[in-house]
Ligand binder design. Structure first.
Ligand SMILES: *Cc1c(COP(=O)(O)O)cnc(C)c1O
Length: 393
């Protein structure tokens, strides 16, 4: 076994199930391990390397920022954070943003914002603090975002969890209405992913999403859309909410937003963008100049309709090639966020086989999951799926 892996196992907490691969380098959509073996990457570090490995424009911007000013506290202003916030709000149609460093932090911000919105407007005594989340959702690993996550497997060991989260079954309008009625006057927000990622690449129905927005509008309940995985081009739109024709009060982003440097963002509309006031929220690294420099390049790309059109065209190709494989029962998801149901084989075993054969993929529940870099080429798609098809034959 590799020395690197020995060191890891001695000194890094064993919180992940890792493959025995040590990745050293990446270029484009190809990663190289310490022995020089190459892998086509259909996972992009769970959707973070949105422009692939070491994209020239992105790397130049990040390196230039490192050499110019790498960090300031948020006691000062930086040009790069101002420019990135401006680009991000313009591209998404939101008024203001709070920057953190991860998806969990973006969601923590959304949770705090929603609770304070109701606290400010209805008073402490109203106890209008419940956030409805969906069964099978995933919102992060902090205590609050784990509590928000609607999967029992995550609600273990770390008791007590944060109270104030009520789960509704995804795509069940009757359940949504029942839980809102049961908690009438106590709900401050409904939070959801439009395509549940970790939950198995499961899209919400348009009818259910419309019902959320209708019900929330009646009672001044905020809508929070967790686009940490679906956002910034992944599904073939700047925001997936645009594909559903809705405008949530709050949208959270992270993963692919800065092309592979840590970032999180909580976007808020006119109605709630001034709720978090001085000293009510903060983050030392939030809005870090290096992350913002990377983010500017990514937003620049996805703001171009031609880039988005290419994502959709390539997603079509990806999906049609997958559907041709006999063992594939169905292809789920949106754009380049793809889940594959298999007829007889086990997704986790296929993932290991793919890696041995030079293809990096992901799983979600019992599906294969693909989140390829948005810059993947037709040739790479064909080559990667040929490897997969052979293993599934
Ligand atoms: C990955 C993910 C998160 C958590 O993001 P981290 O950066 O790991 O904290 C939250 N929500 C969704 C939908 C995600 O896919």
């Amino acid at each position: 076994m590799s020395k690197t892996i020995d060191k890891f196992n001695e000194h890094v907490m064993m919180t992940y199930g890792r493959l025995d691969i040590v990745l050293d380098k990446g270029e484009g959509r190809t990663a190289t391990d310490e022995d020089g073996k190459e892998y086509i990457d259909f996972g992009s570090g769970i959707g973070t390397n949105s422009l692939g490995y070491c994209n020239d424009e992105w790397a130049d911007a990040v390196c230039a920022q490192v050499r110019s000013i790498q960090h300031t506290s948020n006691y000062y202003y930086t040009t790069v954070q101002a420019d990135f916030a401006d680009m991000l709000c313009t591209a998404t149609g939101y008024q203001k943003v709070f920057f953190g460093n991860s998806g969990a932090e973006a969601n923590e911000c959304a949770i705090k914002l929603a609770r304070k919105y109701s606290f400010d407007k209805y008073g402490k005594e109203a106890e209008r603090n419940i956030i409805i989340t969906l069964v099978n959702s995933f919102h992060g690993r902090t205590i609050a975002t784990l509590s928000a996550t609607g999967q029992d497997v995550f609600h273990n060991y770390f008791f007590p969890f944060v109270p104030g989260f009520v789960n509704v079954e995804a795509n069940n309008i009757a359940d949504l209405k029942a839980k809102l009625a049961e908690n009438k006057g106590k709900v401050c927000a409904v939070m959801f992913e439009l395509v549940q990622g970790e939950g198995g690449v499961c899209p919400l129905t348009k009818e259910f999403v419309d019902a959320i927005f209708e019900e929330c509008a009646k009672e001044d309940i905020l809508t929070i859309c967790d686009e940490v995985q679906t956002g910034i081009g992944r599904t073939g739109a700047v925001l997936t909410s645009k594909l559903f024709g809705v405008k949530p009060n709050i949208t959270t982003l992270a993963k692919g937003l800065a092309g592979g440097v840590p970032i999180g963002a909580c976007l808020a509309d006119e109605k709630c963008c001034d709720v978090l006031t001085k000293s009510t929220h903060g983050s030392t690294f939030g809005g870090n100049p290096i992350a913002c420099a990377g983010g500017k390049v990514v937003i620049g790309k996805v703001s171009d309709p031609a880039f988005i059109a290419e994502i959709n065209r390539k997603a079509e190709l990806f999906r049609s090639l997958l559907s041709e494989i006999d063992e594939v029962e169905g292809v789920d998801g949106l754009g380049l966020m793809i889940g594959v149901r298999l007829k007889t084989k086990k997704a986790a075993e296929i993932l290991g086989e793919c890696a041995k054969n030079g293809l990096l993929i992901l799983t979600a529940k019992d599906k294969l999951r693909f989140l390829p870099p948005l810059t993947i080429t037709d040739e790479e798609i064909k080559k990667g799926i040929a490897i997969l098809a052979k293993l599934l034959a």
